[in-house]
Design a protein. Structure first.
Length: 230
């Protein structure tokens, strides 16, 4: 890459342009004729790529513009034409700065850049789908009821078991009042299922808990004797 060699500066041409733009090196102390002459000699002795030659022409044109503005009074213009050399040079400078930033990010190893999440304001309200109608609502309600049928069935079965236990409690109480002493076999006589036996036993336990009935069993697996507590 071409290096500028002057009395007060030595380095790349774009660095020279940056120093001049930042007022760190006065343009009046830079000999543009020397810069141009040295570059022409560089072209004679080197095979310069087309893109590098274009960069030199742009930077050299901008140096020439800066120096002419420092010597000659600037004309008063109502609005700047975007096709002027000054506007094009500013646009080129902006592209150069963006390219440098992109190069830094590309070499940083980060594969993804995202913007921060900004939630959109949503006003509260009912927003049904556009294709929703009364028929779809009815089908959705029927589907929900069908899914809840097992739950309703379980709840109804639980209520039936409670009612049966209460009935058995009343039956045992009635039998205790009629007979002072009888067995659990008498209670479950005529039962049709194991569930009836379990319900009868639960009713007996509740009566024992309430101290209405006394129970006694002589041996394991023997019949349970029931008697009324006076």
């Amino acid at each position: 890459m071409y290096q500028v060699s002057l009395e007060k500066f030595s380095g790349p041409l774009d660095l020279l342009l940056g120093l001049i733009e930042k007022d760190e090196l006065p343009i009046s102390e830079v000999s543009l004729a020397q810069v141009t002459g040295d570059y022409l000699k560089y072209l004679e002795n080197s095979n310069v790529p087309a893109d590098e030659l274009a960069d030199f022409l742009i930077v050299a044109a901008k140096l020439l513009l800066i120096k002419s503005n420092s010597i000659l009074p600037a004309p008063i213009l109502e609005a700047e034409d975007p096709n002027t050399l000054a506007a094009q040079l500013r646009l080129y400078r902006a592209f150069i700065e963006v390219a440098r930033e992109m190069e830094v990010k590309y070499n940083s190893g980060v594969a993804l850049y995202t913007r921060p999440y900004v939630p959109l304001p949503v006003e509260p309200g009912f927003r049904p789908p556009e294709n929703l109608n009364s028929g779809l609502l009815a089908e959705a309600f029927k589907s929900l009821i069908k899914k809840l049928e097992p739950f309703f069935a379980l709840r109804q079965a639980s209520l039936e078991r409670v009612a049966t236990v209460e009935e058995k409690i009343r039956d045992i109480q009635r039998a205790v009042m009629e007979r002072a002493k009888f067995s659990f076999s008498d209670v479950i006589s005529g039962t049709k299922s194991r569930a009836d036996i379990v319900v009868s036993f639960l009713a007996l336990l509740e009566l024992v808990k309430q101290r209405i009935v006394r129970v006694q069993q002589s041996k394991n697996f023997e019949d349970i004797e029931l008697s009324r507590i006076d």
